[in-house]
Ligand binder design. Structure first.
Ligand code: HEC
Length: 194
């Protein structure tokens, strides 16, 4: 018997069925077709260019520029809360009925669940009496609402509301004082000096 030629040997090796059988399925162990291997390596080369975008190749503006543009858009949509409650500014907001009305809407949506719709208190304390756990001046109320009391379940609204929304809701809370809620929760904290 003559030795098989090199080519026939390779062909025989190529179409050799592997010994294992999974659920009755047997397989060859042949190399991937050339076109597939070439495409595979091209994608890897492409990915390097795509990642580094070295000379701003392609039509896009580049990752960094896109990221910066996204951040600018995000900051425009979510203006940072400046944090400070300024009593004079807040009292000026109280004086403007339309803003207090806005505050009432925010209160109904965000605060009533814990402080009751009329401010009488439920999970959170009564906001209509003159006793305050965290201080009853308008700027200390602002500070409490802004920073929250996370350990007690009062969210930090400064992170969730915009500057003007914060002022409006605090102005509304300020107007609740002295009102008569249906089911007032017992006073908590220290009675504020008027
Ligand atoms: C998930 C429940 C919850 C929500 C919602 C909530 N609060 Fe509170 N709030 C509390 C709790 C609980 C406390 C008491 C914290 C403590 O015991 O120190 C509190 C305390 C306060 C205080 C301080 C009261 C004091 O006696 O010093 C103010 C003012 C206040 N909340 C206003 C608001 C406003 C305004 C909103 C809506 C923007 C709001 N809260 C939404 C639970 C809540």
């Amino acid at each position: 018997m003559t030795e098989p030629t090199q080519g026939r040997k390779e062909a025989a090796e190529r179409d050799r069925i592997l010994e294992h059988s999974y659920d009755g399925i047997q397989e060859y162990d042949n190399p991937m077709p050339q076109w597939w291997v070439v495409t595979f390596w091209l994608t890897i080369v492409f990915s390097v260019f795509y990642y580094l975008n070295p000379f701003n190749t392609g039509v896009g503006s580049g990752m960094k520029a896109e990221y910066d543009a996204d951040m600018v858009a995000f900051r425009a949509a979510h203006p940072a809360n400046s944090g400070g409650g300024n009593a004079r500014e807040l009292l000026a907001v109280v004086a403007r009925k339309s803003e207090v009305a806005e505050g009432k809407k925010i209160y109904a949506g965000k605060c009533a669940a814990c402080h009751a719709a009329d401010g009488g208190g439920m999970i959170g304390p009564n906001l209509t009496d003159n006793a305050w756990i965290h201080g009853g001046t308008i700027d200390s109320i602002y500070a409490t609402v802004n920073n929250g009391v996370l350990a007690k379940g009062m969210p930090a609204w400064g992170k969730l509301l915009k500057d003007d929304e914060m002022q409006e809701v605090v102005a509304y809370v300020w107007t609740l004082r002295g009102s008569t809620p249906a089911k007032p929760k017992a006073a908590e904290g220290v009675v504020a000096a008027q």
